[in-house]
Design a protein around this ligand. Structure first.
Ligand SMILES: NC(=O)c1ccc[n+]([C@@H]2O[C@H](COP(=O)([O-])OP(=O)(O)OC[C@H]3O[C@@H](n4cnc5c(N)ncnc54)[C@H](OP(=O)(O)O)[C@@H]3O)[C@@H](O)[C@H]2O)c1
Length: 276
């Protein structure tokens, strides 16, 4: 079996590789990399690297030769038209190459919103292609908390947010990567969708408490209706509230506690790299 992971130089891709290497031999894993200058670290881990550029059909045709499973990590492109075209190009190439099973990192509960979002359209295209599929519908990355001014909250003792009934199913990339590696290494599961969210939501009160624990001093949560920040508009367009136990089931453990998940945003030096 040969598994290829696209976007392997990205944050999620790197964490998935790290977990997958603990479950199967490096010789069965191919890292799909856009930039040829970024292959050295991956080769050092014993991985084959192939160039995968979502904008260049030829790279996809070559990269998917003899691949059994393909994990398409969704592109970070910000223009929806280009973004979808990139994914469709990957799906076409997978079909032509005779890939057996395609996995796609989608977004949790995106089907509940407008049906013409890129994740839903990509899932539809994969289903229409006739490829066996697994949709990994990832929750919002917990990193969004970083734009809320966590360090300022620690130094002032106050976490200030916009009033509202905010609740979050957000999780760390590390948890998503652990579940994704387990799914990739499994002989199934075909034609399934998983909503990879926290099993219980957390609130800004919980976040302030976690900050207190990390800072070793009180941090209270206060609401301010005058706050203007793009993040609240964004958060109100997605489903941050619905939960499932899919993520915990595939990880084989509970999601990482909030306090531990936000640690890298308070003490960035404690972040690890693939080769640590
Ligand atoms: N669930 C969420 O909250 C959330 C939040 C943000 C993003 N996302 C989605 O999750 C994906 C993975 O997240 P991440 O944190 O790993 O993102 P990331 O660190 O930005 O990594 C993106 C990866 O995509 C690669 N890439 C970019 N353009 C490409 C192209 N044209 N062809 C092939 N590869 C290309 C990058 O390659 P280079 O190293 O060459 O740049 C990199 O490996 C993102 O791309 C985005 O679609 C989800």
């Amino acid at each position: 079996m040969q598994i290829i992971i696209t976007g392997a130089t990205g944050q999620l891709g790197g964490l998935i590789l790290e977990n997958l290497l603990q479950k199967m031999p490096a010789g069965q894993i191919i890292a799909g990399v856009r930039d040829p200058d970024k292959t050295a670290e991956l080769r050092q881990l014993g991985l084959e690297t192939r160039i995968v550029n979502y904008d260049v059909q030829d790279t996809l045709d070559k990269a998917f030769v003899d691949v059994t499973k393909l994990l398409l990590i969704s592109s970070p492109h910000t223009d929806d038209t280009v973004w979808l075209a990139q994914h469709l190009r990957v799906i076409d190439a997978a079909q032509r190459a005779g890939v057996d099973h395609m996995l796609y990192t989608s977004f949790a509960f995106s089907q509940k919103g407008k049906s013409d979002n890129v994740h839903s359209l990509t899932e539809q295209a994969i289903q229409d292609s006739g490829l066996r599929y697994t949709f990994l519908r990832n929750a919002l990355y917990i990193d969004f908390v970083n734009v809320l001014g966590l360090k300022e909250a620690v130094s002032s003792g106050v976490l200030t947010t916009l009033p509202g009934n905010w609740r979050f199913n957000a999780v760390s990339r590390s948890d998503l990567a652990l579940a994704t590696a387990a799914i990739l290494a499994h002989s199934g599961p075909e034609n399934q969708s998983y909503e990879l969210t926290a099993s219980q939501t957390w609130t800004f009160d919980n976040l302030a408490k976690a900050l207190s624990g990390l800072a070793g001093k009180p941090v209270i949560h206060r609401e301010d209706p005058e706050i203007q920040h793009w993040i609240y508009n964004f958060l109100s367009t997605i489903d941050t509230v619905s939960t499932t136990t899919d993520l915990e089931r595939w990880m084989g453990r509970e999601v990482t506690p909030l306090k531990e998940s936000i640690l890298p945003f308070i003490r960035p030096q404690e972040k690890r790299t693939l080769l640590d």
